[in-house]
Every structure is written in C-alpha cells, then in structure tokens.
Write a protein that binds this ligand. Sequence first.
Ligand SMILES: Cc1ncc(COP(=O)(O)O)c(C=O)c1O
Length: 383
Amino acid sequence: MKFRTRAIHIGSEPDATGAVVPPIYLSTTFVQPGPGDWGAFDYSRSGNPTRARVEKTIADLEGAAGSLAFSSGMAATHCAMGLLESGSHVVAGCDMYGGTYRLLHKICNRNNISVTLVHADDAAAIAQAIRPETKMVWVESIGNPLMSVPDLEQISQITNKAGVLLAVDSTFVPPCILKPLDLGADIVMHSATKYFGGHSDCLAGALSAKTPELHRQLYFIQNATGGVIGGLEAFLLHRGIKTMELRVREQSKSALAIAQWLESHRSVARVLYPGLASHPHHQRAVRLMGDQFGGMVTFDVRGDIETAKRLCKATELFGLAVSCGAVESLIEQPATMSHASYDPAARAQAGICDTLVRISVGLEDPEDLIADLDRALAIAGGA
Ligand SMILES: Cc1ncc(COP(=O)(O)O)c(C=O)c1O
C-alpha cells in the first residue's frame, strides 16, 4: 500500500466495537491478571493502547523496526542521547535546532559527553571529526535554520565503517518525502509537533529505530526516564498523520513558489531553499528527496537586525512565532528566537546571522502569502 493509505489504515484498525476512530485510552494503569503476571498493558508510562497505535503507524511510515512516541521532540532527542555513556563523543551538524544545541552543550556535558560541531553537508568533515570515543553522529536532514542538506547516504557509509550510530533529526523532512532509515541511518527523530501533528495543537516527538535491538534499548530509556506522550496527544498526533502527505505536498509547492518569488525581491539578499536551483546542494536534495522539499524557507533581508525584526512584526498572515510545519504560516528571526540558546560565537560561526528570517509555509493560498510578505517587506524597508 502507498504512504497515504498506510497513514490512514495502519494502526487505525477497528477495535472489537467496530469503531472507525479508535477510542482514546486515558487510563494511567491497567488491572493485572495476577501479581507479577503482566497483561498487554500495565502502566501508561510503560505502554498505552492509544500510544501503541500511533507508534505502529509511525514505524510503518518510517520503515522502522519500531517507533516510540514522546511528549515532545526534545524528550525524544533526550532519550536518544541516553544511549551515550559517560565519556562518549558526538559529532553534530552545526546547522541544528537551538534546543538540541542546548541539550548537547548544557545537559549532556554534565554526563561527560563532548560534542564537535561540523558543517553537516560536508561528509569529509564528519569523517575527520570522528574519534575512537565517538558514539553518535547527529545531523538534521534539512538543517534548521540554514537549510543545509547533508548527504545521508555518504554519511551512513562513514558511520557504518566507523561503528558509530547515525541519528537523523528529520523534523523538516517528513517520511512522505525522505526516510533516513532507508538511506542507512540507525535512528530517526521527529519533532512530531510539526508536520506529523500539523495543526499546532499537539506537542509530540518520535524516535524510530532501524533494528529491534536499538528499539529495545530506546524503549528501556523511554520507560526509565518517562517522557512519554499522553493519550490525548497521541490521538491528536495520530489524526494529524492521516493527512500529512497531502499537507506536505501542498506546503512544498507553495514554499517553492514563495522561495522563487523571494529570490527576485530587491529587499532579499539570499534565499535558502533546497528546491531552488541556486541552493548549493540542490542536486543532492533532488537525489534524496525527489521533487518535494518541505515548507521551510530561510532568507536574508538586506539591512540589519532591525529590518529583520520589522519584517517579522509586519506580516499579518504569517504569525510571529517559533515552531513550524502546521497549517498556518509562521515567521521568526532565528538569532533571537529559535536559536537564541546558541552561544553567540557558535551562532555566528554556523552562519546564523541577525538578518536571517525563517518562514514556515502553511496551507493558505500562496498568492495571499506572497502578498502578505510583499507588504511586510515594504514596511520593513531595508537597504
Ligand atoms: C529541527 C527541530 N528539532 C527538534 C525540535 C524540538 O521539538 P519540540 O519543540 O517538539 O520539543 C524542533 C522544534 O522546533 C525542531 O525544529
């Protein structure tokens, strides 16, 4: 069956009542057949029927041995980092979500885990940064916010050879476009708050593992640390996934049209979108993703930080907010918002400059979105 069909049917099989929409199990605990005789479910941190359904769907869509659903993307990332023992080293792409940067540099370091940041689109730099104590390479399949496109096939050959785990945060590129496990990754992480849920009403995360053993290890950490998704959110997430492919296809189309329009605007210095021929790794993106590149577009305004701020405040349809991937379009300034938790020097080194603006293209009519940006760019002024 094709992606759309599986998204709707796998994990949504009718229960004994025949309900087309499976019920939401809010129960935190389950009556046991006998002491020490665990039934299918015992306690909702360890397992919950509503969560189990959405995990089944995600595993199928990712081509995973198993998936786990979390209370947020960061809870999922934290669980993956739980695989690392004290003294481990991580090589991570510097074009990375600010919260992941913070987790690595301000939480994982407490457990004596060290990090080397490299440009993830440079596979040779990743190979060079791997040391004997390196346990994981962490990259985003499209980097947040600079839209870098790492060559996951090449990187997985490097990590395989080195015996290092390859974990991919694929939040910007949902599995209807790209399945990192098929390209050799060991773990794929999604902030399911974004394209999976798709409606800005459900905070969620997902980890999918290539092997049953890795799934077992991650499940152990999830159960031990407890960052599981609740029943209500699991239901909302499951509902969102059913329309993910349709939403992402339209969002990709609109994002490309908007990126092309921005490229021709005199107040815009540079547009970063993998679907544009001008993107440094456009051909690689086409090889890995085909003809869809998601709804995230980043661009540099001519002017200074104030120009970028004025632009973000002047849009009416694009809401000024962090997050992305939902039906409503959003705009933000990474340096002061999604990537504020970066060390300023590291932010500058990564190329996340003050004039950078990131938009998440939603499902509104692209002509309305372009008109909104046009008006806001005129208000923002710029050089
Ligand atoms: C690329 C990326 N990874 C991870 C996260 C963290 O996810 P969450 O906010 O669901 O914890 C985000 C959130 O914006 C993100 O954009």
